[in-house]
Each structure stands twice: as C-alpha cells, then as structure tokens.
Design a binder for this molecule. Structure first.
Ligand code: HSE
Length: 436
C-alpha cells in the first residue's frame, strides 16, 4: 500500500526528532502501522536549515499553507506552538480534510472545544499525545488503557523546568531566583520562563487531562494556577523535616459537586514514588476505582522523547484512517454527544490539607490564639512545628499542618490570623496531598 503522506509544520527540536526517528525505525513502524509513514513535505521559515535536516528528497517550503493545500498530504503535524498562526493553520488543515497531530497544549487547552468540534464535523482526527508529559503515553493510558475506570484523581509533575528548579532548591538549599538563573544558563529554562514558572504550562496539560479523565469540555479558564516563584528555601527545608517534598502538581480530581482542576506547589509525602521524581523528569499518577493507583514516569520534553509521542499518534491515525469516524477513539475519550456538564469547582470549594508558616512574635499565648482561630473555623490540626527563636531574636517560625478543609474556610482563617499584631509577615500557605 502507498505510504501515508505527512506534512510537517515547523521543524525545530521536536520536528527534527520526529523526522529522524521515523527514518531510523521506518521498518518497525511500517510493520506496526500496516503501511509506510513518510514525511514528504515540510514548512519552516528557515528553508535552508530545514532542508539540511531532511535532505534533498523532501520538499521544503516557507509557506505552511502550501502544505495544507497539497492534496497528497493525509496528515499535518503542527509543531509551531502558541495560539496565533498555529490555531489558524490547524483549523485550515481540518477544513481541508487532513488529520492533525499536534504537541500544542496551549492551543488545545484554550481552543480545544472549537478545534475538536471542527474535526468531528469533518470526520478527521486531532491527536495530541505529545502535548502532555512529552514521551509518556499518558493520553493513551487515560483515554484507552484506563477506560473501564471511574477516574478518582490525576496528579502529575508535568513541567520539567519547575521540577528541575525545585530539585535544585532542595538539593542545594538555594532560593528560587538563584536556581532559575542557573537553570537558564544550563538551558533547562527558557529565556522567558513565565509559562513554566507561573504554572501555566502545567495548567494547560492538567486541563487536557481533566477533559479526557472526566469527559468534560477543555476549560483552561476555570483552572486554578499558582507557580513556584514565591517558594522559599525555608519552606522546602521545613517540609523535609516534616517528611514531605514540595512538587508543582497538576491535579484533576472528582469531588462530590464537580471537578477540581488546579496547579500549585504541593507537599507530597517523601515516601511516595512521585516525591522522588527529580530533575527535569515528569510523572503522572492516576487513581481509578477499578485499577487503584497507577504511575507513569519518563521524559516530559526533548527531541526524541516528544517525537516518540508524535509518531505514536501518526501510527494510530494510519491504523484508523479508513475506519468509520464513529468507530474511532473519541478525541476526549467520551463520545462527543456524551460530554458531561459537571462543573469545574471554584477554588473556594476545593478540599485539601495545608502547610502554613507563620512568622510570629515569640511570646506567651501566640500559638494558643492561632490554634484557637483554626479551631473556631473547624479546621483540624495535624502537626505543629515551632523553631526555637535564634539567639537574640524575639520572633520565630511556627509551622502548622492541617487535615483536609475547604479552601474558603482556610482563606477566612488565614485572613483572621494575618490580622493579629503578633503575626509579623505574610502567612505562607502551601497545599498538601497525601496521594494515598
Ligand atoms: N516547557 C515544558 C517543561 C516542556 O518544562 O516541561 C514542554 O511542555
């Protein structure tokens, strides 16, 4: 059978990896897919560099629309990124009847509803394994491997840059700003790292996972997003003393009245496998009612790890290309007509436990007043750690771990404690998950 023909939009790090792995493993991929898969056309603004990557046998153009207009192209891979031109090109490719493979989490998390509806109407597939956790096949696991389950929660380290920074902060006892500069120097963090360190990239990925875990539309605008820029070395050290590590987690959880969708630094028991995921690696835990807890670990970025996910999508599409669209795996795992309107809960309705650090005057009755406020609010204390005041100092840190409570109740209690004249600095609050 004639090989399926693929057009590639953007041949940077992931595009080159995709081209090289497809070529290197051509024979095995063909045996798996049932027919050959060939990148026959590439669009990139730097035509000379792109041509050098793919060699003389592949047509390279600087106009992505020329790829979409080519009637021989069956699948378009979008590796441009962002919401701008990438959105227009993906919609144009769909309108031209092409299947689309994309690693663009930002595009799908924000405009997924429009894009999946367009693909549905046109009977084409939009595949996005590479958009979440790079080479880890977590989309496949959630959408297919765990399809028997009611998913109770998904919690993942889904941003390598921030995990690298947090690992370095813990290992070396350094503050965020120092480690960020070092990460940029080593190439682990982008020159503009905003999306990574502010938690936006992780929230894009968590949004996609929430949609396929619960059969709800993609709703990035409802996600709670908090990054790691405010984390101090002291909190990492105190967490360690209490038996926890701090990780930036993307969490999607089924609650009684809706879905929790949140990204924030989180205390995780040090004994959990996921707490020991270090450096730029990614890991995702999924708990289903039938399977129990499962864990997926691997590289969340990089040329060939991400290419591995892109090519998995190419193979899936090649296998299902001739199937009746009704018989394909639905984009968001649930049939398009069966999506749920279960709401994404506001943060005030989320229930979790907390680590609080209060800088307080070291005098009689302070701890009693603070714990009194928590008690009045119905917030149960799990542990308290008070450091001895340093020589000659009359203030100290009090660390409190709480049991599960509604975020709205905690907000009110924090406001009350903050107003005490004996609380001398802004209270640090970090959420805590046992992931048991
Ligand atoms: N910037 C991401 C990370 C990789 O640091 O994990 C691409 O999503």
């Amino acid at each position: 059978m004639k090989p399926i023909q693929v057009g590639l939009l953007g041949i940077g790090t992931v595009g080159s990896g995709t081209f090289n792995v497809l070529k290197r493993n051509q024979e095995e991929i063909t045996r798996r897919a049932g027919r050959g898969i060939e990148i026959t056309m590439v669009a990139d603004l730097d035509v000379a560099r792109a041509q050098a990557v793919v060699g003389a046998g592949v047509q390279v153009v600087n106009d992505a629309r020329a790829v979409i207009a080519n009637p021989d192209i069956d699948i378009v891979i979008e590796l441009i990124g962002g919401y701008g031109i990438a959105k227009a090109l993906v919609l144009e490719a769909i309108a031209a009847g092409k299947h689309v493979v994309t690693a663009n989490k930002a595009l799908l998390a924000v405009h997924g509803t429009e894009i999946f509806a367009a693909a549905q109407a046109k009977g084409v597939m939009v595949a996005f394994e590479a958009a979440v956790a790079g080479g880890i096949p977590i989309i496949k696991a959630l959408r297919e491997g765990l399809t028997a389950n009611q998913i109770q929660w998904v919690a993942g380290i889904i941003n390598g840059t921030t995990n690298f920074i947090l690992s370095e902060m813990r290992d070396k006892g350094l503050d965020f700003d120092v480690v960020l500069k070092e990460a940029q120097r080593l190439g682990y963090a982008e020159a503009d790292p905003t999306f990574d360190i502010e938690g936006v990239d992780a929230a894009h990925k968590a949004t996609l996972m929430s949609a396929i875990a619960y059969g709800i539309p993609v709703q990035f605008d409802k996600a709670y997003v908090e990054g790691i820029t405010q984390l101090g070395a002291a909190d990492i050290k105190y967490a360690e003393q209490l038996g926890y590590r701090i990780k930036l987690l993307g969490i999607a959880k089924r609650a009684a009245k809706g879905i929790e969708l949140r990204v924030h630094p989180t205390l995780v028991p040090a004994k959990r496998l996921i707490a020991n995921v270090e450096g730029a690696m990614n890991a995702v835990m999924v708990q289903g009612d039938a399977v129990g807890t499962t864990l997926y670990y691997g590289k969340g970025a990089g040329s060939e790890p991400t290419a591995s996910a892109v090519i998995a999508d190419l193979v899936d599409i090649t296998r299902l290309h001739t199937a009746d669209p009704q018989n394909r795996v639905p984009h968001l795992a649930f049939q398009p007509g069966a999506l749920s309107d279960l709401p994404v809960l506001p943060m005030s309705e989320v229930v979790t436990s907390y680590y609080l650090r209060l800088r307080v005057a070291d005098q009689a009755g302070v701890l009693a007043t603070v714990t009194g406020i928590l008690g009045q609010a119905g917030i149960s204390i799990d542990a308290v750690l008070q450091r001895e005041a340093a020589e000659g100092e009359n203030q100290t840190d009090v660390i409190i771990l709480t049991h599960g409570t509604r975020e709205g109740s905690m907000d009110a209690a924090i406001a009350q404690m903050q107003a005490l004249p004996t609380v001398l600095a802004p209270i640090t609050r970090i959420r805590k998950e046992e992931l048991a």
